[in-house]
Design a protein around this ligand. Sequence first.
Ligand SMILES: *[C@@H]1O[C@H](CO)[C@@H](O)[C@H](O)[C@H]1NC(C)=O
Ligand SMILES: *[C@@H]1O[C@H](CO)[C@@H](O)[C@H](O)[C@H]1NC(C)=O
Ligand SMILES: *[C@@H]1O[C@H](CO)[C@@H](O)[C@H](O)[C@H]1NC(C)=O
Ligand SMILES: *[C@@H]1O[C@H](CO)[C@@H](O)[C@H](O)[C@H]1NC(C)=O
Ligand SMILES: *[C@@H]1O[C@H](CO)[C@@H](O)[C@H](O)[C@H]1NC(C)=O
Ligand SMILES: *[C@@H]1O[C@H](CO)[C@@H](O)[C@H](O)[C@H]1NC(C)=O
Ligand SMILES: *[C@@H]1O[C@H](CO)[C@@H](O)[C@H](O)[C@H]1NC(C)=O
Ligand SMILES: *[C@@H]1O[C@H](CO)[C@@H](O)[C@H](O)[C@H]1NC(C)=O
Ligand SMILES: *[C@@H]1O[C@H](CO)[C@@H](O)[C@H](O)[C@H]1NC(C)=O
Length: 547
Amino acid sequence: MKLKSAFLGFNAAQLIVITSALPTDIRQNIPRGTTYADDMFNTAIEWNDGFWDDEAGYLIAAASNPGRYDTRHSGWYATQLLARNGPGDVARAVRIFDNVISGQYLDTSWQWYGDYQQSPSEPLPGTHEYVNGGPYSSWDPNIRDFVGCAWLVALNDHSHLLPKATVTKIEKSLHTAAKGDLYRVGGVDGDNLYPCYSNPWLMRTVLQNWVGTRLGDKNLTQASEKFAQEFYDLWSQHRTLSEFNSPTYTGVAMWALSLWSQYASEDSLLKKYAPEVLTATWNEVSQLYNANLKNLAGPWDRTYGYNMKKYTSLIGAVIWGAVGRENAPIPQKTSGMYHGDDFAFYPLFALGMPEMLKYLSEEAKSKLIKFPGDHFFTTQAYSPPFDTYARNITTWMSENITIGAETVAEQVVGGPAESTSAFSPAVIQWAIDDYQIGCVSHWVTESSIHAVASNNSLYISYPNATSTDGPISFNFFFSGLDIRHNFNVTGLEALPNLSLEVKTNAADNYTIVYDTDQTVNDFIFYNITYTMPEVFTGEPYVSLRVI
Ligand SMILES: *[C@@H]1O[C@H](CO)[C@@H](O)[C@H](O)[C@H]1NC(C)=O
Ligand SMILES: *[C@@H]1O[C@H](CO)[C@@H](O)[C@H](O)[C@H]1NC(C)=O
Ligand SMILES: *[C@@H]1O[C@H](CO)[C@@H](O)[C@H](O)[C@H]1NC(C)=O
Ligand SMILES: *[C@@H]1O[C@H](CO)[C@@H](O)[C@H](O)[C@H]1NC(C)=O
Ligand SMILES: *[C@@H]1O[C@H](CO)[C@@H](O)[C@H](O)[C@H]1NC(C)=O
Ligand SMILES: *[C@@H]1O[C@H](CO)[C@@H](O)[C@H](O)[C@H]1NC(C)=O
Ligand SMILES: *[C@@H]1O[C@H](CO)[C@@H](O)[C@H](O)[C@H]1NC(C)=O
Ligand SMILES: *[C@@H]1O[C@H](CO)[C@@H](O)[C@H](O)[C@H]1NC(C)=O
Ligand SMILES: *[C@@H]1O[C@H](CO)[C@@H](O)[C@H](O)[C@H]1NC(C)=O
């Protein structure tokens, strides 16, 4: 993208005039959208270029399985290459389409029918070699959606660059992916794709719509209308995504919604609902974002880290596209980012940015640049069938400290994704100094948690403490003191530049452990644990107050 604009030497305003006068096929190869999106596209695709293995014809993964060939990243990259269309890019993309499609599962009797393998090295799902043969281990059911949505963009916008045979091959592959996606029914065969699983649900919906429309398969378009309505019925109860305030997945949801808005068929429910949901999501993000700390305040239904300036999130991409890299909650160094793999996704966010930005108000945008002042944010979010009732969310935002919490009662520990490392229902973040961000996150051990944030305080209790693997405890993880400045962390009441007062009916002899062999989401942390005595009255609670 950069190559071409530099070559043509136009500024953005001239470009708009000139591109509209060009024939469509040429216009598509000229940078669209804002300069921020172009900057993001170029930076991230060049980063991807560095992971390309030309012998194998795949991208290698960066962070989670470094060195292993990665189907999903390669699938994303193919679309990006077509959008850039530099020397050799199209040929490289064609190789990826061939390689990834050769790893698609074609037997209609398989639960993973239509999915793409995670990596070309792995044995067939369901075979005896696997220690764990279930979904998200031997196959990742969401890859159909991640690759499928990237490829619908490729076909819709760039198929004129591809040989006819390749176009037909991709269409056939996407048809298979969409039909296989319909095998997914939450609660059946261990599948977890309910409407509350916002990010893949939103992607599947547009995959069904686009493929169904392109190939004239009414089964798929009808499914997409049903999925869109089911999503909207749930969303409109509280006007929040069920995967609430997730630094990574709110980004995926916004990207998918931009596809609803841009690529879905004219008369579809997707086209109808996307603007309203995107607008509301931007507004929510802008209220929960603290531009001083460059972080989304808690609570996080699903997180992959504790400081967005240290790890790659996808809200980071959304904000980069809106207000530029300098203002974005991203690691400023692209080497050594925690959770760095998702950087491979950034160029697709850049391509979706013009559509996404249509729904960002000036007011919301200004909050992404300048913190608007102390405020509360309260709402609810609901994830049936996991939640017994809607979760109550309370967040207090101030200049240098944010406190976010949610009350939850579920049958499982760790939120609907059942992930204790991701589900963070009570979080305090603050500025340790001008660049370090401290985070105290409550580590979940219970399925029922009452957690409320208010002005300068956080209250957590267990209304239905049922923990059976040991005593009832409150575990807090502190991370963020990356440069010690000769400070000793000795407990919640001895944190750098955050003065807390602790009240609890737990025993006051808490433990504190810093284990160099253990990280959570790549972050190293102090584990500060308060344990309930064997005999106590009332609900177990811990109350923290900033003093
Ligand atoms: C649509 O679904 C019906 C019922 O499942 C099936 O019989 C039919 O073959 C499907 N049509 C296409 C085009 O796949
Ligand atoms: C929090 O309390 C302080 C001190 O009472 C007050 O100045 C401030 O306005 C309060 N903030 C909010 C968001 O209510
Ligand atoms: C959530 O808040 C609503 C409205 O204030 C209240 O009726 C409900 O009991 C609360 N639920 C929980 C789980 O605290
Ligand atoms: C927030 O931090 C900045 C920079 O360290 C400091 O100038 C400011 O006084 C702090 N604000 C509050 C309310 O503590
Ligand atoms: C606390 O903040 C001050 C002012 O920003 C800074 O000089 C000091 O290093 C910080 N303390 C720690 C332990 O980081
Ligand atoms: C309390 O926990 C038990 C055991 O998990 C569960 O059956 C019950 O529904 C829970 N009650 C509430 C109010 O969450
Ligand atoms: C940190 O602890 C060490 C060992 O107890 C002690 O020597 C040092 O003075 C402490 N530093 C501070 C700033 O309290
Ligand atoms: C805390 O004190 C109690 C009572 O003295 C004792 O039983 C328990 O083992 C202590 N726990 C820790 C972690 O030291
Ligand atoms: C945190 O420390 C407590 C007490 O030592 C321990 O039981 C718990 O497993 C630790 N949590 C993690 C995630 O390491």
